[in-house]
Structures are given as C-alpha cells and as structure tokens.
Design a protein. Structure first.
Length: 315
C-alpha cells in the first residue's frame, strides 16, 4: 500500500495536513472552479446569443435552464456512481463530458444544438463538485476535513461572482464561442492532473440504482420548469402549454415522493427533510439559488437589451 493510501486509511492520522493533501485539493478545485464558473459566465452572453442565433428570450433562456436542470438531475446519481465505479474514475469521466460539451457548444450553429450541448455540459458539471468534495473528504479524513473543505468550497462562493465579469470581458474582445472554448484547455489540464495525482479510494457498497426515482424526479422537474418558462413568454396562467406541463410535473414529483418513502434505497431520501435543521438549510439554499440565478439572468438582459449598455460599461 502506498504512503498516501496509508495516510488516508490510518486511524492515527495526524491533524497536520500533509502537502499531498493540498496538491489534491488544488486538482479538484481546478475542476470545481470550471464547473461553477459556467453557471454564470454564460448569462452575460444571452443577449448576444439571442441575436446571433435568431432566438427569442424564451428560447435562449434554455441555454441556462438546460444546463441547470442537467446539473441538478445528475447530482443524486453521483453518489451511487462513485460507489459503483470509484470516485476517481467518475471524476475523470465528468471532466471529459464537461470539456467535450464545452467544445461542442462553441461550434453550435443553432439554439437547439446549443441547448443540447449545454445539457451534456451540465451532466459533466453536475458530477464534478460532489465527487470533488467526496474525494477531499476521504483524503483529508474526519479530523482535518473541516479545514480542508473550508478551502475547497471557496470556488463555490467566488465563481458565481467572477463569472459575469469574466464573461463580459471575453465578449467585449472575442466571439461568444470563447465563453465555452475557455473551458477546453482548463478541462484538459484538470484531467491530466487528476489522472496522475488523484488516489483510488473506497466508497462502500453501491447497491441498485433507483432508476424509477431518477425518471420521475428528472421528468417532473423538467416539466415544471418548461411550464414556468412558457408562462414567462407572455402565455397566460390558464394556457394549456402552461397548465399541462405544470400539472404533469407536480404529479410526477408527488409520485417520486410516494415512491421514495417505499423503497429501501431511494435516489433521494426525503425523510431527511423531517429534520428541522436540514429542512431549513435546504429551503434557504433553494431561495438563495433561485434569487441568484434569476438575478444573474435578468439583470444582464435588462442592461444590454433595455438600457443599451455595453458589456463592460460602468455607472
């Protein structure tokens, strides 16, 4: 067994954080930063994308929505996949998917292909952060996890702020495809470093994947978001294209809740929400994400489309 593996599994591991732990942290932070940055860097490009791809706001917003939906849908599967195939392998696959999706987005010639490639990008991006945190938790150990994770989660706080700034600078000087192309060299570097430096870790028994639960919650969430997006494109609340997707989405979500309470290993253990602390934290996170995503989508569109401001104009 290697010295790194011994340090990971030794119950008498020191509180001192070895240099190799920080090196591994640097590798996973690179992947996390790339993934989280992409949740907001594209927002400032929506006006440009809509113009160049001849799409309305209700169509172009799926560039953001499709990415976020794919991001959310794949997260519950990530834990099972890491136990089934190994955290390092899943992390490397997620980097490949994200990098390939970025390259394909850059050459997309229509709004349909761009949204499809953004979904592929979101599938990879959704696995990167939870797998990165899992790897660091296993490498750091329980005694040192707090200090190490405090550093690792910094990209999650900084990237949404830096995304619009970096995106504005890129669009001011280059073609919109560079919003996506910038991820390709970073993804390649992150893959090579991950291949060489990340350790193989054990994550326990995988069990069976809750395929039915995955289908119910993924389809339900997509239907709800589609109905709300149609409502935002000047459709009335009683319009069939709004009502039916919302009703189907709500029904599928309720069906998932019923299913999750009756299987041994559900995709998402909704009993956790009975805990007041966990429930309050989840509700707060949901509100924060909704406010942040909504503002970072609408504000750039308002300033560029309504007020006629440039991408980097101040005041």
């Amino acid at each position: 067994m290697s010295s790194q593996a011994q340090a990971i599994h030794s119950p008498a591991a020191s509180d001192r954080i070895e240099p190799y732990v920080w090196r591994i942290a640097g590798v996973v932070i690179l992947g996390m930063l790339m993934s989280i940055l992409d949740t907001t860097i594209v927002n400032v490009a929506l006006h440009t994308l809509g113009h160049d791809l001849h799409s309305s706001i209700s169509q172009i917003q799926w560039v953001v929505t499709g990415y976020l939906l794919a991001l959310a849908a794949v997260i519950p599967v990530t834990g099972w996949a890491s136990r089934r195939f190994g955290a390092k392998r899943v992390y490397l696959v997620s980097l490949v998917l994200f990098t390939a999706g970025s390259a394909l987005c850059a050459v997309a010639g229509s709004i349909t292909t761009l949204v499809l490639f953004r979904v592929l990008q979101g599938i990879g991006g959704g696995m990167i952060m939870p797998i990165a945190q899992l790897i660091m938790a296993q490498v750091a150990g329980p005694k040192r996890m707090g200090r190490v994770m405090g550093v690792v989660v910094m990209p999650a706080m900084l990237a949404p702020i830096l995304g619009p700034v970096i995106g504005g600078v890129i669009l001011q000087e280059l073609h919109w495809s560079w919003i996506f192309l910038v991820n390709v060299p970073i993804g390649v570097i992150a893959f090579v470093l991950g291949w060489r430096m990340l350790p193989q870790t054990e994550s326990g028994e995988a069990g069976r994947l809750d395929v039915l639960g995955l289908g119910l919650i993924s389809t339900g969430a997509t239907a709800i978001v589609y109905g709300l997006s149609e409502l935002g494109s000047n459709a009335s609340l009683t319009a069939p294209r709004v009502v039916w997707p919302l009703l189907v989405g709500i029904a599928l979500t309720l069906a998932f809740g019923w299913h999750a309470l009756r299987v041994q290993r559900p995709l998402l253990d909704i009993r956790l929400y009975a805990n007041r602390v966990f429930g309050a934290a989840s509700l707060t996170t949901f509100g924060l994400g909704a406010a942040l995503s909504g503002a970072l989508t609408l504000v750039p569109l308002h300033y560029q489309g309504v007020r006629g401001r440039s991408l980097t104009m101040h005041g």
